[in-house]
Write a protein that binds this ligand. Structure first.
Ligand code: B3K
Ligand code: ZN
Length: 847
């Protein structure tokens, strides 16, 4: 239901809850449309609180009975919860409610997925299960009794007892309600064990639908690798006797870190070589690690309120990226993270959805699980580590765990452990948490009498949430190269704290070439007229060498788009040389060819005063790749052949890198041979990575029909592979056909639009197809709007997230702008629009 005047919640209004909870007992009598939930909760007055109102959240609950210390009471009910008069001494609240999991299509609270009961309580789903102070600063131990169907019955913590159709669980670690979980259904377990460095033997299980048993081994190994890594690197051991993971088909995001019972989108945990690509394997490993790492950063130490979300998410993303860097290749991981940041976070910062890493107000918290909170939040922690150094970072984090274990904390608590353990004043650094937007760092240089100077200026445009931006602390990792390409000065960290600063480097024999922002040491836009060709040939920093290729490619593309020039020879010859250089890691070589995204080019054109034309951007990208293909034509067959894995499939970094390069080369080769090699690769593929990259190239070569039908026949019963089949057809379509292709797919019998994975695979692929989504006739906009309007009453969360596709609308020409405005208005005027979608559309339109 539309909320007539959605309420805005402010960080500044935080107030502790008037009561503490000593213990919670829950009993679930499961039935698809009439589940009974009985709660027995021991409350005590909270001496720290001034507001003593006894308010319990509750939504869509049928109250059956309520008692205080055994006496029936009649609370006052609203659509958001209840209030009740209560004693001023400790008391026991007992309550019974009835809920309807079968009707819960929003996938928030307790719902059914393929006949299996499961829950999603973060951020505010527990209030759809029973009346409760559903806020992260209220923590308690939980004992849960499940009376349900035969099969597996799971909740948080350790198993206490079980019988036919019932089970009891106890979680000894106090937790907020958002970490509650329950699962019940016919599941099979893939089991293993792990002994912690403290000597605790932990039973591990990955529960899946019958038939998926063969897709569990990789996830289980990733879990054990994560457990070892967290012990070794952060000194954090696991703290329960069991660790369970459950795969579900209908889930709004990747996974959820419920204490001892992680619930995963099947796509984020199930893997096999035949059905999953190398990228799927890497993502699964990272998400398993991420959820596991939350056990300490999020669960043992949680957030005081939802404004502090980056406290657990930024830190946990940082930890999982460290893990992936250790498990695989550090430079490749860094480059991939920056590609992702630029693709997802920069547009947020540059548009109407811009918000600080710690927002100060929201209407619907689910709209703030963003790339800014997660990925920029992780970048902020990375900068902190760069500034204080790796050892000081470890000491500060140890202090964080010692000081705050069992607490619900704030960013102030987090920064204070760094201040206390290093003696550093982080007042200015804290602006990274409160100011929205991506700073631009501009650099000019000079050389006189053997002294080299760098003058660095930072600027941050005002935005809706940051009207008067102030300079931030920016760690700039800089190295200097001598004219002969050797290193004149190794990497140093310059600390930029003022709006403009000059740094001097005496004792230089000749004017050096600077390599600035090595390793992407801060999430900024660097404005610097560097000699990118020189850096591409000589930079010793792998990130900046890659960045030099990006800069050359970007300049070439922009020049083609705005002036119609031919592709840049320096980029072409530099890349041709690198692609053939077998002393370099294949994964790194493949990334060298990763052109700036079409959307990033549109942003750059907009930033420099041009109106981006999506078709011209599309054409320029193709022209550049075609020119490279033509330049390398004679060498491509041999290079492709040299980069085929001969050993049995393994999803490790070495093999994945080689397949990534092989796939890049196949794309170049397809232009030359019209798809013959792609057909051969398709016919011989024994793993999904090769099968899918071959299929993509066959489609691009205009000869994909037979393979697409064969693929569908082969995989029609595998829902995760079929998601790829849906998505690939949209993402490889020509711009003019993208919306029609997506539309035709929405009529396919396997298009189950209520399943978030299938919806995203199809409509999300359209939103991600820059030239297709922005097709001149408005067909992309209209189709997405139609489907958002359809999905909103069923699943507001997924709908609201996908509205972000429209966030960049002001970049484009007047005709496109008015077409988008019309669609935004149509969505906004839909009767009964959810609070989630209303907030997103309002923010996007108001900018
Ligand atoms: N903490 C969850 C995200 C919950 C999203 C709620 N809309 C997964 C994660 O970040 O690990
Ligand atoms: Zn997380």
């Amino acid at each position: 239901m539309r909320d007539a005047s959605p309420q805005t919640i402010f960080l500044a209004d935080y107030n502790p809850f008037g009561f503490r909870i000593e213990e919670v007992h829950l009993t679930f009598d499961l039935a698809p449309s009439a589940t009974r939930v009985t709660s027995r909760i021991r409350f005590a007055p909270n001496a720290q609180a001034t507001d003593k109102t006894f308010f319990l959240h509750g939504e869509n609950l049928s109250l059956i009975s309520a008692k205080i210390d055994g006496e029936a009471v009649t609370p006052t009910l609203t659509s958001e919860g209840l209030t009740c008069d209560v004693p001023s001494i400790p008391f026991t609240w007992e309550c019974e409610v009835q809920i309807d999991p079968e009707a819960n299509t929003a996938l928030k609270g307790l719902y059914l997925s393929g006949g299996m009961y499961c829950t999603q309580c973060e951020a505010e789903g527990f209030r759809k299960i029973t009346y409760y102070p559903d806020r992260p600063d209220v923590m308690s131990t939980f004992t849960v009794r499940i009376n349900g169907p035969h099969g597996t019955l799971l909740s948080n913590g350790n198993p206490v007892a079980s019988g036919d159709g019932w089970a009891e669980w106890h979680d000894p670690w106090p937790k907020p309600a958002y970490l509650f979980a329950l699962v019940a259904g016919e599941l099979v377990a893939h089991r293993d064990t792990f002994t912690t460095n403290e000597g605790r033997k932990v039973d591990l299980a990955l529960y899946v639908r019958p038939g998926d048993e063969g897709k569990c081994a990789f996830g289980m190994q990733a879990l054990k690798d994560s457990m070892i890594w967290d012990e070794k690197v952060y000194g954090r051991a696991y703290d329960l006797d069991v660790f369970n993971i459950v795969a579900v088909d209908d889930f709004n995001m990747g996974a959820m870190e419920n204490k001892g019972l992680n619930i995963f989108n099947a796509s984020a945990v199930l893997a096999s070589p035949e059905t999953s690509t190398d990228m799927n394997f890497e993502r699964i490993e990272a998400i398993i690690a991420h959820e596991y790492f939350h056990n300490w950063t999020g669960n043992r130490i949680t957030c005081r309120d939802w404004f502090q979300l980056c406290l657990k998410e930024g830190l946990t993303v940082f930890r999982d990226s460290q893990f992936t860097a250790d498990m695989r290749s550090a430079p490749v991981k860094r480059i991939s993270d920056v590609i992702d940041l630029r693709a997802r976070q920069f547009p947020e910062d540059q548009g109407p959805l811009s918000h600080p890493v710690r927002p100060e107000s929201f209407q619907e918290i689910n709209n703030f699980y963003t790339a800014t909170v997660y990925e920029k939040g992780a970048e902020v922690i990375r900068m902190l580590q760069t500034l204080v150094g790796a050892d000081a970072y470890s000491k500060a984090v140890d202090l964080y765990f010692d000081r705050h274990d069992g607490q619900a904390c704030t960013i102030e608590d987090w920064l204070r452990v760094f201040e206390d353990s290093t003696g550093r004043d982080l007042t200015q650094f804290k602006r990274w948490y409160s100011q929205a937007g991506t700073p631009t760092v501009s650099v000019t240089d000079g050389f006189a009498d053997g002294t080299y100077t760098l003058t660095v200026t930072q600027s941050l445009p005002p935005s809706a949430t940051t009207s008067d931006p102030k300079p931030q602390v920016i760690p700039l990792a800089v190295g200097l190269l001598a004219p002969d390409g050797t290193e004149a000065m190794g990497t140093q960290i310059l600390e930029l704290t003022d709006a403009s600063q000059t740094f001097t480097f005496p004792g230089m024999a000749a004017k050096p070439v600077p390599s600035i922002l090595r390793g992407f040491s801060a999430p900024v836009v660097l404005d610097h007229a560097a000699d990118h060709g020189f850096l591409l040939a000589h930079d010793t920093d792998p990130f900046n060498r890659w960045e030099a290729a990006q800069n050359l490619a970007r300049a070439s593309l922009i020049s083609t788009i705005t002036k119609g020039t031919a592709p840049d020879e320096a980029w072409l010859s530099g890349i041709a040389k690198l692609l053939a250089d077998d002393t370099l890691d294949p994964a790194y070589r493949s990334l060298m060819l990763d052109l700036p995204s079409q959307s990033a080019l549109a942003a750059e054109l907009h930033r420099t005063g041009h109106t981006p034309d999506p078709d011209a951007i599309w054409d320029a990208g193709h022209a550049l790749k075609y020119a490279l293909s033509d330049l390398m034509a004679d060498d491509l067959p041999a290079l492709y052949a040299a980069n085929q894995v001969q050993e049995a499939y393994a999803p490790d970094a070495a093999q994945s890198g080689m397949r990534a390069l092989g796939s890049t080369l196949l794309t170049l080769l397809t232009r030359q041979d019209g798809g013959d090699q792609a057909q051969a690769q398709y016919d011989n593929a024994d793993n999904m990575t090769l099968q899918l990259s071959a299929l993509a190239n066959l489609i691009r070569a205009g000869r994909g029909d037979a393979a697409l039908s064969q693929f569908e026949a082969q995989w029609k019963d595998d829902r995760l592979v079929m998601d790829k089949w849906f998505g690939l057809q949209v993402s490889t379509a020509d711009p003019d056909d993208a919306a029609d292709t997506a539309k035709a797919l929405t009529k396919h019998k396997a298009f189950n639009w209520k399943n978030p994975n299938r919806f995203r695979a199809t409509l999300g692929a359209l939103a991600g197809h820059h030239a297709g989504f922005h097709a001149k006739d408005g067909s992309g906009y209209a189709l997405l709007a139609d489907w958002l309007i359809t999905l909103d009453p069923v699943n507001p969360q997924t709908t609201a997230r996908m509205c972000a596709a429209f966030q960049t609308w002001r970049r484009y020409d007047g005709i496109r702008q008015s077409m988008i405005q019309k669609e935004l208005e149509r969505i906004a005027n839909t009767p009964g629009l959810s609070r989630d979608t209303t907030e997103m559309i309002t923010r996007i339109r108001e900018a």
